[in-house]
Ligand binder design. Structure first.
Ligand SMILES: C[S@@+](CC[C@H](N)C(=O)[O-])C[C@H]1O[C@@H](n2cnc3c(N)ncnc32)[C@H](O)[C@@H]1O
Ligand SMILES: [Zn+2]
Length: 304
Protein backbone atom coordinates (compact mmCIF):
# COMPACT_ATOMS: atom_id res chain seq x y z
CA UNK A 1 0.00 0.00 0.00
CA UNK A 2 1.05 3.54 -0.79
CA UNK A 3 3.08 4.76 2.24
CA UNK A 4 1.59 8.27 2.16
CA UNK A 5 -1.92 6.81 2.24
CA UNK A 6 -1.08 4.39 5.06
CA UNK A 7 0.26 7.32 7.09
CA UNK A 8 -3.13 9.10 7.08
CA UNK A 9 -5.44 6.05 7.32
CA UNK A 10 -7.12 5.44 10.68
CA UNK A 11 -9.48 2.84 12.07
CA UNK A 12 -13.01 4.24 11.49
CA UNK A 13 -14.21 2.67 14.75
CA UNK A 14 -11.56 3.78 17.29
CA UNK A 15 -9.33 6.12 15.18
CA UNK A 16 -6.24 4.04 15.93
CA UNK A 17 -3.46 3.77 13.35
CA UNK A 18 -3.60 0.84 10.95
CA UNK A 19 -0.81 -1.40 9.70
CA UNK A 20 -0.56 -3.94 6.91
CA UNK A 21 -0.92 -7.63 7.78
CA UNK A 22 -1.65 -10.89 5.98
CA UNK A 23 -5.42 -10.19 5.85
CA UNK A 24 -5.04 -6.61 4.58
CA UNK A 25 -5.01 -3.91 7.27
CA UNK A 26 -5.38 -4.12 11.03
CA UNK A 27 -5.96 -1.49 13.70
CA UNK A 28 -3.05 -1.32 16.13
CA UNK A 29 -5.42 -0.20 18.94
CA UNK A 30 -8.55 -2.38 18.71
CA UNK A 31 -7.20 -5.15 16.41
CA UNK A 32 -10.18 -4.91 14.03
CA UNK A 33 -9.16 -6.03 10.56
CA UNK A 34 -10.01 -4.56 7.18
CA UNK A 35 -9.78 -6.43 3.88
CA UNK A 36 -7.99 -4.96 0.87
CA UNK A 37 -9.35 -6.05 -2.52
CA UNK A 38 -8.08 -4.83 -5.85
CA UNK A 39 -6.00 -2.25 -3.98
CA UNK A 40 -9.12 -0.84 -2.24
CA UNK A 41 -9.15 -1.01 1.59
CA UNK A 42 -12.62 -1.88 2.91
CA UNK A 43 -13.46 0.33 5.89
CA UNK A 44 -17.26 -0.04 6.10
CA UNK A 45 -16.88 -2.25 9.18
CA UNK A 46 -19.90 -4.11 10.61
CA UNK A 47 -19.30 -2.48 14.01
CA UNK A 48 -19.98 1.01 12.65
CA UNK A 49 -23.40 2.51 13.48
CA UNK A 50 -25.77 2.06 10.52
CA UNK A 51 -23.45 -0.38 8.71
CA UNK A 52 -26.32 -2.70 7.86
CA UNK A 53 -28.40 0.08 6.26
CA UNK A 54 -25.36 1.27 4.32
CA UNK A 55 -24.62 -2.23 3.01
CA UNK A 56 -28.26 -2.58 1.98
CA UNK A 57 -27.92 0.72 0.09
CA UNK A 58 -24.94 -0.69 -1.85
CA UNK A 59 -27.22 -3.43 -3.23
CA UNK A 60 -29.89 -0.81 -3.89
CA UNK A 61 -27.62 1.21 -6.21
CA UNK A 62 -26.78 -1.88 -8.25
CA UNK A 63 -30.48 -2.81 -8.52
CA UNK A 64 -31.41 0.74 -9.53
CA UNK A 65 -28.66 1.00 -12.15
CA UNK A 66 -29.61 -2.37 -13.66
CA UNK A 67 -33.32 -1.54 -13.77
CA UNK A 68 -32.67 1.87 -15.35
CA UNK A 69 -30.13 0.55 -17.87
CA UNK A 70 -27.00 2.45 -16.75
CA UNK A 71 -25.20 -0.37 -14.92
CA UNK A 72 -22.82 -1.22 -17.79
CA UNK A 73 -20.39 1.68 -18.16
CA UNK A 74 -20.23 3.70 -21.36
CA UNK A 75 -16.65 4.92 -21.89
CA UNK A 76 -17.74 7.74 -24.20
CA UNK A 77 -20.09 9.18 -21.55
CA UNK A 78 -17.82 8.52 -18.57
CA UNK A 79 -14.91 10.26 -20.30
CA UNK A 80 -16.93 13.48 -20.57
CA UNK A 81 -18.29 13.62 -17.00
CA UNK A 82 -19.43 15.90 -15.51
CA UNK A 83 -19.84 17.70 -18.84
CA UNK A 84 -21.47 14.82 -20.70
CA UNK A 85 -24.64 15.68 -22.63
CA UNK A 86 -27.52 15.56 -20.05
CA UNK A 87 -29.73 14.07 -22.79
CA UNK A 88 -27.43 11.00 -22.78
CA UNK A 89 -26.05 10.96 -19.23
CA UNK A 90 -29.18 12.14 -17.38
CA UNK A 91 -30.54 15.54 -16.32
CA UNK A 92 -28.76 15.55 -12.96
CA UNK A 93 -25.47 16.13 -14.80
CA UNK A 94 -26.55 19.69 -15.63
CA UNK A 95 -26.38 20.53 -11.92
CA UNK A 96 -23.27 18.43 -11.24
CA UNK A 97 -21.44 20.14 -14.12
CA UNK A 98 -22.33 23.67 -13.03
CA UNK A 99 -21.53 23.04 -9.37
CA UNK A 100 -18.22 21.34 -10.16
CA UNK A 101 -17.21 24.19 -12.50
CA UNK A 102 -17.81 26.67 -9.65
CA UNK A 103 -15.62 24.56 -7.35
CA UNK A 104 -12.87 24.33 -9.97
CA UNK A 105 -12.95 27.94 -11.11
CA UNK A 106 -13.53 29.77 -7.81
CA UNK A 107 -11.89 27.62 -5.15
CA UNK A 108 -9.50 24.98 -6.48
CA UNK A 109 -5.77 25.74 -6.18
CA UNK A 110 -2.76 23.99 -7.67
CA UNK A 111 -1.31 21.32 -5.37
CA UNK A 112 -4.33 20.86 -3.10
CA UNK A 113 -4.74 17.53 -1.35
CA UNK A 114 -8.35 16.57 -2.12
CA UNK A 115 -10.72 13.99 -0.64
CA UNK A 116 -14.02 13.14 -2.28
CA UNK A 117 -16.68 11.25 -0.32
CA UNK A 118 -19.51 9.45 -2.09
CA UNK A 119 -17.32 9.57 -5.20
CA UNK A 120 -18.83 6.44 -6.86
CA UNK A 121 -16.81 6.09 -10.12
CA UNK A 122 -14.47 8.97 -9.18
CA UNK A 123 -15.15 11.04 -12.33
CA UNK A 124 -13.77 14.15 -10.59
CA UNK A 125 -10.29 12.63 -10.27
CA UNK A 126 -8.81 13.51 -13.70
CA UNK A 127 -9.96 17.12 -13.41
CA UNK A 128 -8.19 17.55 -10.06
CA UNK A 129 -5.07 15.61 -11.09
CA UNK A 130 -4.81 17.84 -14.21
CA UNK A 131 -4.64 20.86 -11.85
CA UNK A 132 -1.68 19.35 -9.96
CA UNK A 133 -3.81 18.26 -7.00
CA UNK A 134 -3.74 14.87 -5.32
CA UNK A 135 -7.01 12.99 -5.02
CA UNK A 136 -8.40 10.24 -2.78
CA UNK A 137 -11.76 8.80 -3.87
CA UNK A 138 -14.03 7.21 -1.24
CA UNK A 139 -17.51 5.72 -1.20
CA UNK A 140 -19.33 2.89 0.50
CA UNK A 141 -20.07 1.48 -2.98
CA UNK A 142 -17.15 -0.56 -4.35
CA UNK A 143 -18.93 -2.10 -7.36
CA UNK A 144 -16.71 -2.59 -10.41
CA UNK A 145 -19.06 -0.77 -12.80
CA UNK A 146 -20.81 1.99 -10.86
CA UNK A 147 -18.65 2.26 -7.73
CA UNK A 148 -14.99 2.68 -6.75
CA UNK A 149 -13.99 -0.34 -8.85
CA UNK A 150 -14.75 1.70 -11.97
CA UNK A 151 -12.30 4.38 -10.72
CA UNK A 152 -9.44 2.64 -12.53
CA UNK A 153 -10.92 4.09 -15.75
CA UNK A 154 -10.02 7.58 -14.49
CA UNK A 155 -6.35 6.93 -13.66
CA UNK A 156 -4.10 5.94 -10.79
CA UNK A 157 -5.03 7.37 -7.41
CA UNK A 158 -6.02 5.93 -4.02
CA UNK A 159 -9.55 4.58 -3.65
CA UNK A 160 -10.86 3.67 -0.19
CA UNK A 161 -14.19 2.20 0.83
CA UNK A 162 -15.34 4.58 3.56
CA UNK A 163 -18.51 5.60 5.34
CA UNK A 164 -18.47 9.40 5.27
CA UNK A 165 -20.12 9.44 8.70
CA UNK A 166 -17.04 7.60 10.08
CA UNK A 167 -14.10 8.47 7.86
CA UNK A 168 -10.97 6.31 8.14
CA UNK A 169 -8.58 9.27 8.06
CA UNK A 170 -6.55 11.29 10.55
CA UNK A 171 -7.65 14.80 11.56
CA UNK A 172 -6.88 17.80 9.31
CA UNK A 173 -5.06 16.06 6.45
CA UNK A 174 -6.92 17.39 3.38
CA UNK A 175 -7.02 20.89 1.84
CA UNK A 176 -10.31 20.21 0.09
CA UNK A 177 -13.01 17.75 1.13
CA UNK A 178 -16.05 17.56 -1.09
CA UNK A 179 -18.99 15.47 -2.24
CA UNK A 180 -21.51 15.50 -5.05
CA UNK A 181 -25.13 14.50 -4.26
CA UNK A 182 -24.05 12.49 -1.20
CA UNK A 183 -24.83 14.44 2.01
CA UNK A 184 -28.54 13.74 1.63
CA UNK A 185 -27.82 9.99 1.94
CA UNK A 186 -26.34 10.43 5.44
CA UNK A 187 -28.26 8.71 8.22
CA UNK A 188 -27.10 11.65 10.38
CA UNK A 189 -26.48 14.80 8.36
CA UNK A 190 -24.54 16.50 11.16
CA UNK A 191 -22.30 13.45 11.63
CA UNK A 192 -21.31 13.48 7.95
CA UNK A 193 -20.65 17.22 7.80
CA UNK A 194 -18.72 16.93 11.08
CA UNK A 195 -16.49 14.24 9.58
CA UNK A 196 -15.83 16.28 6.41
CA UNK A 197 -14.80 19.17 8.68
CA UNK A 198 -12.63 16.99 10.96
CA UNK A 199 -10.40 15.63 8.18
CA UNK A 200 -9.97 19.07 6.57
CA UNK A 201 -7.06 21.29 7.59
CA UNK A 202 -7.70 24.73 9.10
CA UNK A 203 -8.18 27.19 6.26
CA UNK A 204 -9.21 24.34 3.95
CA UNK A 205 -12.44 23.93 1.98
CA UNK A 206 -15.48 21.73 2.62
CA UNK A 207 -17.96 21.67 -0.27
CA UNK A 208 -21.19 19.77 -0.92
CA UNK A 209 -22.41 19.99 -4.50
CA UNK A 210 -25.92 19.38 -5.81
CA UNK A 211 -27.66 18.28 -2.62
CA UNK A 212 -31.42 17.79 -2.54
CA UNK A 213 -33.45 20.47 -0.74
CA UNK A 214 -37.09 21.05 0.06
CA UNK A 215 -39.05 24.22 0.66
CA UNK A 216 -39.97 24.93 4.28
CA UNK A 217 -43.52 23.69 3.74
CA UNK A 218 -42.75 20.73 1.45
CA UNK A 219 -42.96 17.19 2.84
CA UNK A 220 -39.81 15.45 4.07
CA UNK A 221 -41.02 12.46 2.04
CA UNK A 222 -40.22 13.58 -1.48
CA UNK A 223 -42.21 11.63 -4.09
CA UNK A 224 -39.08 11.71 -6.28
CA UNK A 225 -37.24 9.54 -3.72
CA UNK A 226 -39.93 6.90 -3.21
CA UNK A 227 -38.58 4.36 -5.71
CA UNK A 228 -35.01 4.63 -4.37
CA UNK A 229 -36.17 4.20 -0.76
CA UNK A 230 -37.96 1.00 -1.77
CA UNK A 231 -34.62 -0.33 -3.07
CA UNK A 232 -33.02 0.34 0.33
CA UNK A 233 -31.24 3.56 -0.70
CA UNK A 234 -31.05 5.94 2.27
CA UNK A 235 -32.72 9.05 0.88
CA UNK A 236 -33.51 12.27 2.75
CA UNK A 237 -34.30 15.78 1.68
CA UNK A 238 -33.30 18.69 3.93
CA UNK A 239 -34.15 22.35 3.96
CA UNK A 240 -31.35 24.77 3.09
CA UNK A 241 -31.49 25.87 6.73
CA UNK A 242 -30.76 22.32 7.95
CA UNK A 243 -27.71 22.19 5.67
CA UNK A 244 -26.60 25.65 6.86
CA UNK A 245 -27.03 24.62 10.52
CA UNK A 246 -25.03 21.40 9.98
CA UNK A 247 -22.15 23.36 8.42
CA UNK A 248 -22.22 26.02 11.15
CA UNK A 249 -22.44 23.31 13.82
CA UNK A 250 -19.28 21.70 12.40
CA UNK A 251 -17.46 25.04 12.77
CA UNK A 252 -17.48 25.76 9.02
CA UNK A 253 -18.02 29.20 7.47
CA UNK A 254 -20.25 29.12 4.42
CA UNK A 255 -18.77 31.23 1.60
CA UNK A 256 -21.40 30.55 -1.03
CA UNK A 257 -24.70 28.72 -1.42
CA UNK A 258 -26.28 28.67 -4.84
CA UNK A 259 -28.84 26.76 -6.88
CA UNK A 260 -27.07 23.64 -8.07
CA UNK A 261 -27.81 24.27 -11.77
CA UNK A 262 -26.74 27.91 -11.40
CA UNK A 263 -30.20 29.03 -12.46
CA UNK A 264 -30.91 32.66 -11.54
CA UNK A 265 -32.79 33.54 -8.36
CA UNK A 266 -36.17 35.21 -8.61
CA UNK A 267 -38.25 37.63 -6.52
CA UNK A 268 -36.78 38.85 -3.23
CA UNK A 269 -33.93 36.32 -3.62
CA UNK A 270 -32.88 38.19 -6.76
CA UNK A 271 -32.87 41.52 -4.90
CA UNK A 272 -30.78 40.06 -2.05
CA UNK A 273 -28.30 38.63 -4.56
CA UNK A 274 -27.19 42.20 -5.35
CA UNK A 275 -25.66 42.59 -1.88
CA UNK A 276 -21.87 42.23 -2.05
CA UNK A 277 -20.28 38.94 -0.85
CA UNK A 278 -23.22 37.46 1.13
CA UNK A 279 -25.91 38.31 -1.46
CA UNK A 280 -25.90 35.04 -3.41
CA UNK A 281 -26.05 32.95 -0.21
CA UNK A 282 -28.85 35.00 1.40
CA UNK A 283 -30.78 35.06 -1.87
CA UNK A 284 -30.41 31.28 -2.25
CA UNK A 285 -31.53 30.63 1.34
CA UNK A 286 -34.64 32.69 0.73
CA UNK A 287 -35.38 31.39 -2.76
CA UNK A 288 -35.02 27.71 -1.83
CA UNK A 289 -37.10 28.13 1.34
CA UNK A 290 -40.12 28.49 -0.91
CA UNK A 291 -41.46 26.03 -3.48
CA UNK A 292 -41.03 22.25 -3.37
CA UNK A 293 -37.83 20.38 -4.29
CA UNK A 294 -34.54 21.64 -5.76
CA UNK A 295 -30.77 21.26 -5.52
CA UNK A 296 -28.25 23.43 -3.68
CA UNK A 297 -24.44 23.63 -3.65
CA UNK A 298 -22.56 24.77 -0.56
CA UNK A 299 -18.95 26.01 -0.55
CA UNK A 300 -17.43 26.54 2.90
CA UNK A 301 -14.12 27.08 4.65
CA UNK A 302 -12.80 25.76 7.96
CA UNK A 303 -11.51 28.82 9.84
CA UNK A 304 -7.71 29.10 9.95
C1 LIG B 1 -26.32 10.12 -5.95
S1 LIG B 1 -24.87 9.13 -5.81
C2 LIG B 1 -23.62 10.29 -6.38
C3 LIG B 1 -22.35 9.62 -6.79
C4 LIG B 1 -21.24 10.52 -7.32
N1 LIG B 1 -20.91 11.57 -6.37
C5 LIG B 1 -21.62 11.11 -8.65
O1 LIG B 1 -21.85 12.31 -8.71
O2 LIG B 1 -21.66 10.39 -9.64
C6 LIG B 1 -24.59 9.10 -4.04
C7 LIG B 1 -23.38 8.32 -3.62
O3 LIG B 1 -23.23 8.43 -2.20
C8 LIG B 1 -22.77 7.19 -1.73
N2 LIG B 1 -23.06 7.11 -0.28
C9 LIG B 1 -24.26 6.96 0.32
N3 LIG B 1 -24.11 6.93 1.65
C10 LIG B 1 -22.79 7.07 1.91
C11 LIG B 1 -22.01 7.11 3.09
N4 LIG B 1 -22.57 6.99 4.30
N5 LIG B 1 -20.69 7.27 2.97
C12 LIG B 1 -20.10 7.38 1.75
N6 LIG B 1 -20.78 7.35 0.60
C13 LIG B 1 -22.12 7.20 0.67
C14 LIG B 1 -23.50 6.17 -2.56
O4 LIG B 1 -22.89 4.93 -2.52
C15 LIG B 1 -23.45 6.85 -3.95
O5 LIG B 1 -22.33 6.45 -4.68
ZN1 LIG C 1 -9.58 0.43 15.95
Amino acid sequence: MDAALLEILRCPVCRGRVREDAAGLACVECARSFAVEGGIPFFLHDDLPGARAKKREMDGWVAKAKSEGWYEPDDAIDRELPWADPALAGELWRANAHSFAVLRDRYLEQGMRALEVGAAKCWAAPHLLARGCSYVGTDTLTDSRIGLGRGAFYGEFPRVQADAEHLPFADEVFDLTFCVATLHHALELRAMVGELARVTRRGGLVCALNEGTRGLFASGDSPEQEAEKKLGINEHVHTVWAYAAAFAGAGLRIRRMERAEGWPLVGVGRLLERLPKVGMTLGTLLHLSTGTYAGVSIYSRKPA
